[in-house]
Each structure stands twice: as structure tokens, then as C-alpha cells.
Design a protein around this ligand. Structure first.
Ligand SMILES: Nc1ncnc2c1ncn2[C@@H]1O[C@H](COP(=O)(O)OS(=O)(=O)O)[C@@H](OP(=O)(O)O)[C@H]1O
Ligand SMILES: [Mg+2]
Length: 303
């Protein structure tokens, strides 16, 4: 959740936002203990904060992409989303890296300290806007609008020009099934495999057009893995639904209950319609998702 210095900074800023400042700066362990005290199970009523302190754990461990994700859910609807992406620089496109090695950060970082300068992306439901700003480092004070800039989903609606991203691990999403979808809708580019909700950030920033995740049947998607990303993509002009064209339902507890097969996030409605059509085609032609595809996938991309 950030350095001790960042913690002290947040506490010092608290009164400015009408919050009571703790008498003594909290230690890291106290912050973790406070997070652990949370016991809400979500649901259709009330106000709930949803936090994924390290989303994309594997990416974090590998020194690759991960996110710190915070969302506010009111009466079952996500009203606010914030994604901190410490390894996603303001000015770099993820797609410049990765295809061959499944890694979005080059092994040898560029000489500048660009990789230390991640971004934060956030949006409020109904504002029609999504914002991005650099991660605040060291003693820098946050002063709205600071260097925040508006981000927008990509205008590209031609599948042959679109970039699609998906989880790195084929145990988390069926790569064979998504490759079939991509092929049948005419996506030509290699998939960009990225850990964490940085995939939603990439759609919101216009660095990719499509994010598809089809988990194995029986796996229940958790609200904290999607809440912040969904509101940010939608406010940046994108569309997010399940494969049955229903919005993701954040009102039914800790899981996205009732999710139809997988999650499809797109930069706009034209590409989204095409993927839904491709899904229907795959299902009708008997190429629907199967467990075998996940467990025994002869998929050699990004190894
Ligand atoms: N079996 C299975 N199927 C589907 N999804 C799963 C599965 N196991 C875990 N998870 C959840 O996926 C979250 C990580 O998603 P990613 O997109 O980062 O996956 S990947 O590392 O790029 O493959 C990951 O979030 P984190 O735990 O925050 O990393 C999990 O909540
Ligand atoms: Mg997660």
C-alpha cells in the first residue's frame, strides 16, 4: 500500500478532506490491521468500499504489472473507481513491450527512471470523464487538478487494427477460446497478455481496444478484481458486459454472481457488438469453452 512516507502524507492531508487525522502516524502493520478489520460482504444495499491492495499478485511478484484497486459501491452500483498502476508509466504504451516474452516491462529498464513513474486512473460514475495523473512520489503534494489529464478509450473500431488484452495465465482465462473469438472477429494483432486490472487501465487510456477474460466454469469472479476497472472504462467511453450482454452485477455480495461465461470490455460499442457476435458464433459452432482447453491447452504463445 505504499511507503511509510506516503502513509504520513495521506494522514497529513486528511483534514483538508474533512477527515479526522490519527493522533500518531500509523505504522504499516497498523494500516494492514485496519484493512483486515473490514468485514463487509457487499450486497444490494448500503455503501461499501472495495479494495484489492495488490491486484495481479503474480505480476507484482514478477516485477511486472500490478494494480492497487479501490472502488466505492453504493446500493449495488459502482460509483467510484481508482486504479494505481505503479509500473504503468504515464507516457508509455504497454503494447510497446511484451508480445514475445509475456512481460510488459523490459528486462533492462530504460536509462531514465520512467519505470518508477506509474500512473493513477480514476473516474466517478456519471461524470463521463476518466482522469489519469502520475503516482505521487516522495514529498510531492497533491493539489487538484495537479497534472491530471483526461483519458479516453480508443476510437479504433476496425478489429484488424485493434489490440486485445487478456490475463497472462491460461489457468485464469481460456487462451484457446479467446484466440478463436479473436480470429472469428478479425482481430489480427497478437494478444497483449498483462497481469491485473492494468488491462482495464489500458482500455481506458486508449492503449488497447479489447479485454476478454473467460475463466474456467465454476470459477467465481470477485467484485474487487473488476469494480474499479469497470467504472473507469465505462466513464472513458468503453463498454463492459458479460458474454450474454448483461452489465456486471456488483449487488450480489463478494462475487459477480450470475456472470454469463466471461467478461468483455471494449473501447466502444462497435467492437463490443462484434465480440458478442463472435461469442455466439463460437457457441453455435460447438466451440464453446471447455475445461480441456484450459488444462491441456496446446498454446505456446508468450511462454
Ligand atoms: N483460476 C482462476 N481463474 C480465473 N481468475 C482467477 C483464478 N485464480 C485467481 N484468479 C483471479 O484473477 C486475478 C488475476 O487476474 P490477472 O488478469 O492478473 O491474471 S494473470 O496473472 O494475468 O493470469 C487474481 O487476482 P489477484 O489475486 O489480485 O492477483 C484472482 O482474483
Ligand atoms: Mg485481484
Amino acid at each position: 500500500m505504499g511507503s511509510g512516507r506516503a502513509t504520513v502524507w495521506s494522514e497529513a492531508e486528511a483534514p483538508k478532506y474533512g477527515l479526522q487525522c490519527p493522533k500518531k502516524a500509523l505504522e504499516t502493520s497498523q494500516i494492514l490491521e485496519a484493512i483486515n478489520r473490514c468485514n463487509s460482504t457487499g450486497g444490494p444495499t448500503g455503501t461499501h468500499w472495495v479494495l484489492d491492495p495488490v491486484d495481479g499478485t503474480l505480476g507484482f511478484v514478477r516485477g511486472d504489472q500490478y494494480a492497487v484497486a479501490l472502488a466505492l459501491i453504493e446500493d449495488g452500483k459502482v460509483v467510484l473507481g481508482v486504479l494505481g498502476c505503479p509500473n504503468y508509466p504515464m507516457k508509455k504504451e504497454l503494447s510497446n513491450y511484451n508480445h514475445q516474452h509475456g512481460q510488459t516491462i523490459p528486462k533492462t529498464p530504460p536509462s531514465s527512471d520512467i519505470w518508477k513513474k506509474g500512473c493513477v486512473i480514476y473516474a466517478r460514475r456519471g461524470s463521463g470523464r476518466a482522469w489519469m495523473q502520475p503516482l505521487i512520489q516522495g514529498d510531492t503534494q497533491f493539489e487538484w487538478p495537479n497534472s491530471a489529464t483526461l483519458v479516453q478509450a480508443s476510437p479504433v473500431d476496425d478489429p484488424s487494427l485493434a489490440t486485445f488484452c487478456e490475463p497472462v495465465e491460461k489457468t485464469n482465462s481460456n487462451h484457446l477460446f479467446t484466440a478463436g473469438l479473436a480470429n472469428s472477429m478479425g482481430l489480427k494483432n497478437q494478444p497483449m497478455r498483462v497481469h491485473s486490472m492494468v488491462k482495464y487501465a489500458a482500455i481506458a487510456r486508449g492503449n488497447a481496444e479489447v479485454f476478454i477474460k473467460f475463466a474456467r466454469s465454476g470459477y467465481k469472479e470477485k467484485i474487487w478484481d473488476h469494480a474499479a476497472g469497470v467504472v473507469i472504462v465505462e466513464e472513458a467511453g468503453g463498454v463492459v458486459t458479460d458474454a450474454g450482454v448483461c452489465p456486471l452485477d456488483f449487488s450480489r455480495g463478494l462475487y459477480l454472481e450470475g456472470l454469463d461465461r466471461g467478461i468483455i470490455a471494449c473501447s466502444g460499442p462497435i467492437l463490443h457488438d462484434k465480440i458478442i457476435g463472435a461469442c455466439l458464433h463460437q457457441t453455435m459452432s460447438g466451440q464453446a469453452y471447455s475445461e480441456k482447453d484450459v488444462d491441456g491447452a496446446a498454446d505456446t504463445t508468450n511462454k
